[in-house]
Design a protein around this ligand. Structure first.
Ligand SMILES: [Zn+2]
Length: 249
């Protein structure tokens, strides 16, 4: 099955501005993210393709209140990362699971957020507590603990859980690669922000007992978001020490 996903930018009121952003974003992804050696083969393949505005696109853009001042829509095309016929279950704010009816293919979608910590406390756990989120695990914990906690009430194949723990414990796992990438770009705030907000997909096959890893959502962040993150960081830093989550970092 070769299902593809089309991504377009809807940030601006004019199509031409959205097209410019999509093209710049595509450049950013290729020059800043895909070039990181530890991520090169896990960042999902994408291509930029201008698609002529036909009646259907016209409707979509009109619904989004975007004025059509260009003859094409700049699309970023990428493969769909879970089986097309699977059902999706949302486990919490950061995790989803896709399973096809036979449960021979399971895909776990998650956002590990900040793996490399530039502070002496865990940003994810401290932020979750601040937001009042009941998250009982940390992606920096041992993978077995994360998987046990996260999938406690989720009906997934035991073989999947076993294979995913083994995979996450391997030195080549997507979370270890992401940790290393975040550490590598720690002085380049724009790229670091992107790497702290990516989405990982782990796709398990029962037949092959294999795990395939992909990373998406590697977009360049807008300036406004940068300021928002800096404000949040200051708020968290001013937390009393006992409210900050430390775990042997
Ligand atoms: Zn933590």
């Amino acid at each position: 099955m070769h299902n593809e996903v089309y991504r377009i930018c809807l940030r601006y009121r004019e199509l031409s501005k959205n097209n410019d952003y999509a093209a710049r974003n595509f450049q950013f992804i290729n020059s800043k993210v895909r070039t990181l050696p530890m991520l090169a083969d896990v960042v999902v393949p994408m291509r930029l393709e201008p698609v002529p505005v036909d009646a259907l696109w016209g409707e979509v853009l009109q619904e989004e209140n975007i004025s059509i001042d260009d003859s094409y829509v700049e699309c970023i095309k990428m493969p769909l990362l879970h089986a097309g016929d699977s059902t999706c279950e949302e486990l919490d704010h950061f995790n989803r699971i896709y399973q096809c009816a036979t449960r021979n293919a399971v895909t776990w979608e998650f956002k590990p957020k900040w793996l490399y910590q530039s502070t002496d406390y865990c940003r994810n756990c401290t932020h979750n507590a601040w937001k009042g989120r009941d998250i009982q695990y940390c992606f920096l914990d041992d993978p077995e603990l994360v998987v046990e906690t996260l999938f406690r009430n989720c009906d997934v194949p035991l073989e999947f859980l076993h294979d995913v723990v083994k995979y996450l414990r391997s030195t080549d796992s997507v979370t270890r690669r992401l940790f290393a990438a975040q550490e590598l770009v720690k002085d380049d705030l724009a790229t670091l922000m992107t790497l702290r907000d990516v989405t990982c997909f782990l796709t398990w096959s029962r037949a092959e007992r294999s795990i395939g890893a992909s990373i998406i959502d590697v977009d360049q962040k807008p300036e406004e978001k940068l300021r928002h993150w800096q404000d949040t960081e200051m708020a968290l830093a001013s937390f009393p020490e006992k409210k900050k989550a430390h775990h042997g970092l």
